[in-house]
Design a protein around this ligand. Structure first.
Ligand code: CTP
Ligand code: CA
Length: 230
Protein backbone atom coordinates (compact mmCIF):
# COMPACT_ATOMS: atom_id res chain seq x y z
CA UNK A 1 0.00 0.00 0.00
CA UNK A 2 1.15 3.52 -0.73
CA UNK A 3 -0.15 4.75 2.64
CA UNK A 4 1.13 8.15 3.76
CA UNK A 5 3.69 8.09 0.95
CA UNK A 6 0.91 8.42 -1.63
CA UNK A 7 1.42 11.27 -4.10
CA UNK A 8 -1.16 14.01 -3.55
CA UNK A 9 -2.02 14.09 -7.25
CA UNK A 10 -5.79 14.16 -6.61
CA UNK A 11 -5.57 17.17 -4.28
CA UNK A 12 -8.16 19.79 -5.19
CA UNK A 13 -10.31 17.23 -7.02
CA UNK A 14 -13.81 16.19 -6.03
CA UNK A 15 -14.58 12.56 -6.86
CA UNK A 16 -17.62 10.32 -6.56
CA UNK A 17 -17.45 6.54 -6.20
CA UNK A 18 -20.42 4.18 -6.09
CA UNK A 19 -20.08 0.79 -4.43
CA UNK A 20 -22.06 -2.28 -3.53
CA UNK A 21 -25.20 -3.84 -4.94
CA UNK A 22 -28.70 -2.45 -4.99
CA UNK A 23 -31.82 -4.05 -3.50
CA UNK A 24 -35.08 -3.93 -5.40
CA UNK A 25 -37.97 -4.49 -3.05
CA UNK A 26 -40.90 -6.84 -3.63
CA UNK A 27 -42.56 -6.02 -0.32
CA UNK A 28 -41.39 -4.46 2.99
CA UNK A 29 -39.18 -7.44 3.87
CA UNK A 30 -38.08 -8.98 0.55
CA UNK A 31 -35.88 -7.82 -2.27
CA UNK A 32 -33.95 -8.91 -5.35
CA UNK A 33 -30.22 -8.39 -4.83
CA UNK A 34 -26.83 -9.33 -6.18
CA UNK A 35 -23.46 -10.53 -4.94
CA UNK A 36 -21.49 -7.28 -5.10
CA UNK A 37 -19.43 -6.93 -1.90
CA UNK A 38 -18.45 -3.29 -2.35
CA UNK A 39 -14.75 -4.13 -1.85
CA UNK A 40 -13.58 -2.58 -5.14
CA UNK A 41 -15.58 0.62 -4.62
CA UNK A 42 -14.31 1.00 -1.06
CA UNK A 43 -10.73 0.42 -2.26
CA UNK A 44 -11.26 3.18 -4.85
CA UNK A 45 -12.60 5.57 -2.21
CA UNK A 46 -9.69 4.86 0.16
CA UNK A 47 -7.12 5.21 -2.64
CA UNK A 48 -8.59 8.55 -3.79
CA UNK A 49 -8.69 9.94 -0.23
CA UNK A 50 -5.07 8.88 0.33
CA UNK A 51 -4.09 10.82 -2.81
CA UNK A 52 -5.80 13.98 -1.58
CA UNK A 53 -9.22 13.92 -3.26
CA UNK A 54 -12.44 15.00 -1.63
CA UNK A 55 -14.45 11.78 -1.86
CA UNK A 56 -18.17 11.05 -1.82
CA UNK A 57 -18.89 7.32 -1.57
CA UNK A 58 -22.41 6.29 -2.57
CA UNK A 59 -22.73 2.94 -0.83
CA UNK A 60 -25.43 0.38 -1.52
CA UNK A 61 -25.94 -2.35 1.07
CA UNK A 62 -22.31 -2.89 1.97
CA UNK A 63 -21.08 -4.29 5.28
CA UNK A 64 -17.68 -2.61 5.40
CA UNK A 65 -16.41 0.10 7.78
CA UNK A 66 -16.61 3.70 6.51
CA UNK A 67 -13.24 4.70 5.00
CA UNK A 68 -11.56 7.50 6.98
CA UNK A 69 -11.99 10.99 5.57
CA UNK A 70 -14.71 9.98 3.08
CA UNK A 71 -18.32 11.24 2.97
CA UNK A 72 -20.54 8.15 2.80
CA UNK A 73 -24.09 8.34 1.41
CA UNK A 74 -26.10 5.17 2.03
CA UNK A 75 -28.67 3.98 -0.48
CA UNK A 76 -30.61 0.78 -1.05
CA UNK A 77 -32.34 0.85 -4.44
CA UNK A 78 -31.10 1.77 -7.92
CA UNK A 79 -33.46 4.76 -7.97
CA UNK A 80 -31.90 6.04 -4.69
CA UNK A 81 -28.40 5.37 -6.02
CA UNK A 82 -29.26 7.30 -9.18
CA UNK A 83 -30.46 10.31 -7.18
CA UNK A 84 -27.37 10.34 -4.96
CA UNK A 85 -24.91 9.88 -7.84
CA UNK A 86 -26.57 12.48 -10.08
CA UNK A 87 -26.62 15.01 -7.20
CA UNK A 88 -22.95 14.44 -6.33
CA UNK A 89 -21.92 14.46 -10.00
CA UNK A 90 -22.99 18.07 -10.57
CA UNK A 91 -19.65 19.40 -9.30
CA UNK A 92 -17.47 16.27 -9.52
CA UNK A 93 -14.18 16.06 -11.41
CA UNK A 94 -14.45 12.28 -11.65
CA UNK A 95 -17.11 9.63 -11.13
CA UNK A 96 -16.38 5.93 -10.82
CA UNK A 97 -19.38 3.62 -11.02
CA UNK A 98 -18.10 0.53 -9.21
CA UNK A 99 -21.56 -0.34 -7.88
CA UNK A 100 -23.73 -3.10 -9.30
CA UNK A 101 -27.16 -1.51 -9.74
CA UNK A 102 -29.86 -4.06 -10.52
CA UNK A 103 -30.83 -4.02 -14.18
CA UNK A 104 -34.47 -4.73 -13.29
CA UNK A 105 -36.86 -4.05 -10.44
CA UNK A 106 -40.30 -5.43 -9.65
CA UNK A 107 -42.99 -3.48 -11.52
CA UNK A 108 -44.70 -2.73 -8.24
CA UNK A 109 -43.73 -2.95 -4.57
CA UNK A 110 -46.39 -4.47 -2.33
CA UNK A 111 -46.98 -2.27 0.72
CA UNK A 112 -47.95 -5.35 2.73
CA UNK A 113 -45.95 -8.55 3.12
CA UNK A 114 -46.82 -10.98 0.34
CA UNK A 115 -48.61 -14.05 1.77
CA UNK A 116 -48.61 -17.63 0.53
CA UNK A 117 -51.79 -18.70 -1.25
CA UNK A 118 -53.63 -21.64 0.31
CA UNK A 119 -53.87 -23.40 -3.07
CA UNK A 120 -50.08 -23.82 -3.27
CA UNK A 121 -49.68 -21.41 -6.19
CA UNK A 122 -46.74 -19.00 -6.45
CA UNK A 123 -46.91 -15.36 -7.56
CA UNK A 124 -45.26 -14.32 -10.83
CA UNK A 125 -42.82 -11.43 -10.48
CA UNK A 126 -43.04 -8.88 -13.27
CA UNK A 127 -39.95 -6.74 -13.80
CA UNK A 128 -39.19 -3.41 -15.48
CA UNK A 129 -35.78 -2.02 -16.45
CA UNK A 130 -34.04 0.32 -14.04
CA UNK A 131 -32.49 3.60 -15.21
CA UNK A 132 -28.89 3.25 -16.42
CA UNK A 133 -27.03 5.66 -14.15
CA UNK A 134 -23.68 5.44 -15.92
CA UNK A 135 -25.21 6.07 -19.35
CA UNK A 136 -27.26 8.96 -17.97
CA UNK A 137 -24.38 10.84 -16.35
CA UNK A 138 -22.11 10.10 -19.34
CA UNK A 139 -24.60 11.51 -21.82
CA UNK A 140 -25.57 14.52 -19.68
CA UNK A 141 -21.99 15.55 -18.83
CA UNK A 142 -22.90 17.81 -15.88
CA UNK A 143 -19.36 19.19 -15.69
CA UNK A 144 -17.15 19.53 -18.74
CA UNK A 145 -13.72 17.94 -18.31
CA UNK A 146 -14.90 15.45 -15.72
CA UNK A 147 -13.79 11.84 -16.19
CA UNK A 148 -16.47 9.16 -15.97
CA UNK A 149 -15.48 5.55 -15.31
CA UNK A 150 -17.61 2.42 -15.58
CA UNK A 151 -17.03 -1.21 -14.71
CA UNK A 152 -18.04 -4.29 -16.68
CA UNK A 153 -17.95 -7.90 -15.61
CA UNK A 154 -18.02 -10.01 -18.75
CA UNK A 155 -17.76 -13.70 -19.56
CA UNK A 156 -17.57 -13.54 -23.34
CA UNK A 157 -20.10 -15.44 -25.44
CA UNK A 158 -21.12 -16.15 -29.06
CA UNK A 159 -21.44 -12.42 -29.72
CA UNK A 160 -17.87 -11.57 -28.74
CA UNK A 161 -14.81 -11.93 -26.54
CA UNK A 162 -14.56 -10.20 -23.16
CA UNK A 163 -12.62 -7.32 -24.74
CA UNK A 164 -14.97 -6.95 -27.71
CA UNK A 165 -17.96 -6.83 -25.39
CA UNK A 166 -16.10 -4.28 -23.24
CA UNK A 167 -15.34 -2.02 -26.24
CA UNK A 168 -19.00 -2.14 -27.32
CA UNK A 169 -20.19 -1.40 -23.79
CA UNK A 170 -17.79 1.56 -23.45
CA UNK A 171 -19.22 3.07 -26.64
CA UNK A 172 -22.82 2.35 -25.62
CA UNK A 173 -22.44 3.89 -22.17
CA UNK A 174 -20.54 6.95 -23.40
CA UNK A 175 -18.10 6.94 -20.48
CA UNK A 176 -14.38 7.81 -20.72
CA UNK A 177 -12.93 4.66 -19.18
CA UNK A 178 -14.30 1.16 -18.72
CA UNK A 179 -12.69 -1.32 -16.33
CA UNK A 180 -13.34 -4.77 -17.75
CA UNK A 181 -13.20 -7.82 -15.50
CA UNK A 182 -13.15 -11.30 -16.98
CA UNK A 183 -15.50 -13.22 -14.69
CA UNK A 184 -15.56 -16.44 -16.71
CA UNK A 185 -14.12 -18.25 -13.69
CA UNK A 186 -16.72 -16.73 -11.37
CA UNK A 187 -14.10 -15.88 -8.74
CA UNK A 188 -14.25 -12.08 -8.48
CA UNK A 189 -17.21 -11.55 -6.16
CA UNK A 190 -16.13 -10.98 -2.56
CA UNK A 191 -12.56 -11.81 -3.44
CA UNK A 192 -9.69 -9.63 -2.24
CA UNK A 193 -8.05 -9.70 -5.66
CA UNK A 194 -8.87 -8.55 -9.12
CA UNK A 195 -7.50 -8.66 -12.64
CA UNK A 196 -8.71 -6.26 -15.28
CA UNK A 197 -8.18 -4.32 -18.46
CA UNK A 198 -8.89 -0.59 -18.48
CA UNK A 199 -10.24 0.58 -21.84
CA UNK A 200 -10.27 4.25 -22.80
CA UNK A 201 -12.69 5.99 -25.16
CA UNK A 202 -9.43 7.44 -26.56
CA UNK A 203 -8.36 3.91 -27.57
CA UNK A 204 -6.17 3.21 -24.55
CA UNK A 205 -5.80 -0.39 -23.39
CA UNK A 206 -4.17 -0.75 -19.96
CA UNK A 207 -3.72 -4.32 -18.77
CA UNK A 208 -3.69 -4.60 -15.00
CA UNK A 209 -2.02 -7.79 -13.76
CA UNK A 210 -3.64 -9.94 -11.09
CA UNK A 211 -3.34 -8.10 -7.79
CA UNK A 212 -5.19 -6.44 -4.95
CA UNK A 213 -8.31 -4.31 -5.44
CA UNK A 214 -6.26 -1.47 -3.93
CA UNK A 215 -3.62 -1.85 -6.65
CA UNK A 216 -6.32 -1.79 -9.35
CA UNK A 217 -7.87 1.26 -7.68
CA UNK A 218 -4.56 3.14 -7.91
CA UNK A 219 -4.18 2.26 -11.62
CA UNK A 220 -7.70 3.57 -12.25
CA UNK A 221 -6.90 6.88 -10.50
CA UNK A 222 -3.64 7.09 -12.51
CA UNK A 223 -5.72 6.91 -15.70
CA UNK A 224 -8.23 9.45 -14.35
CA UNK A 225 -5.47 11.94 -13.39
CA UNK A 226 -4.03 11.65 -16.89
CA UNK A 227 -7.35 12.74 -18.45
CA UNK A 228 -9.10 15.10 -16.03
CA UNK A 229 -9.34 18.75 -17.05
CA UNK A 230 -9.03 20.80 -13.87
N1 CTP B 1 -24.72 0.62 -14.37
C1 CTP B 1 -25.48 1.72 -14.03
N2 CTP B 1 -26.84 1.62 -13.93
C2 CTP B 1 -27.46 0.45 -14.19
C3 CTP B 1 -26.70 -0.68 -14.56
C4 CTP B 1 -25.32 -0.56 -14.63
O1 CTP B 1 -24.92 2.78 -13.80
N3 CTP B 1 -28.77 0.38 -14.09
C5 CTP B 1 -23.26 0.76 -14.46
C6 CTP B 1 -22.45 -0.12 -13.52
O2 CTP B 1 -22.20 0.53 -12.30
C7 CTP B 1 -21.17 -0.35 -14.29
C8 CTP B 1 -21.60 -0.25 -15.76
O3 CTP B 1 -22.88 0.40 -15.75
O4 CTP B 1 -20.24 0.67 -14.07
C9 CTP B 1 -21.73 -1.52 -16.48
O5 CTP B 1 -22.64 -2.36 -15.84
P1 CTP B 1 -23.14 -3.66 -16.58
O6 CTP B 1 -24.10 -4.39 -15.71
O7 CTP B 1 -21.95 -4.39 -17.09
O8 CTP B 1 -23.85 -3.00 -17.84
P2 CTP B 1 -25.27 -3.20 -18.46
O9 CTP B 1 -25.51 -2.07 -19.38
O10 CTP B 1 -26.29 -3.43 -17.38
O11 CTP B 1 -25.09 -4.47 -19.36
P3 CTP B 1 -25.43 -6.03 -19.12
O12 CTP B 1 -26.63 -6.29 -19.94
O13 CTP B 1 -24.18 -6.71 -19.64
O14 CTP B 1 -25.63 -6.26 -17.65
CA1 CA C 1 -26.16 -5.03 -15.72
Amino acid sequence: ARGSAAPQDLAGLEVVVSAGGTREYLDPVRFLGNRSSGLQGYALARAAASRGARVTLVSANVSLPDPAGVAVVRVETTEQLREAVVAATATADAVVMAAAPADFRPTSVSTAKIKKASDGSAPAIELVQNPDVLAEISHERAREGAVIVGFAAETGDDSGTVLELGRAKLARKGCDLLVVNDVSGGAVFGSADNEAVVLGADGAVVEVPHGSKSALAHVIWDEVVRRVVR
